[in-house]
Design a protein around this ligand. Structure first.
Ligand code: SF4
Length: 115
């Protein structure tokens, strides 16, 4: 399910008043696909959008509470309800690091670090 549609379904079970300010809600399906992509450059692009999003902390709190199974939420990459610190491209690592494979590091707010 696309993140926009998934997030909109959540309006009935939690306070979603912050959703109006969500940057990922403004770009349509093409933008939404970045947030659930397996491609490192897409994940990096999604994280960069989150870094500019005014509701990033609220979004991350909700994603942790819901134990999101996957995707980029609140500037972090999730898998099975947990934040992944890093992700590698499939296959053998390149001899020379690719700049496009580097994911932006977005600090996790202190009150959420143990989650
Ligand atoms: S932090 Fe990222 S995933 Fe969350 S609402 Fe903002 S842009 Fe969307």
């Amino acid at each position: 399910m696309a993140p926009v549609a998934e997030l909109q379904q959540l309006t009935e079970i939690e306070d979603r008043s912050w959703w109006d300010e969500a940057l990922c809600a403004t770009g349509g399906a093409g933008l939404a696909a970045l947030f659930f992509s397996e491609e490192l450059q897409d994940i990096a692009a999604a994280k960069r959008i989150c870094a500019e999003c005014p509701v990033m902390v609220t979004c991350l709190e909700g994603a942790l509470d819901r134990r999101e199974p996957w995707g980029v939420w609140g500037g972090q990459l999730f898998l099975n309800g947990r934040i992944l610190a890093s992700k590698r491209r499939r296959g053998r690592p390149p001899k020379v690091a690719r700049i496009e494979d580097e994911l932006p590091e977005i600090p996790i707010p202190e009150h959420l670090r143990s989650a």
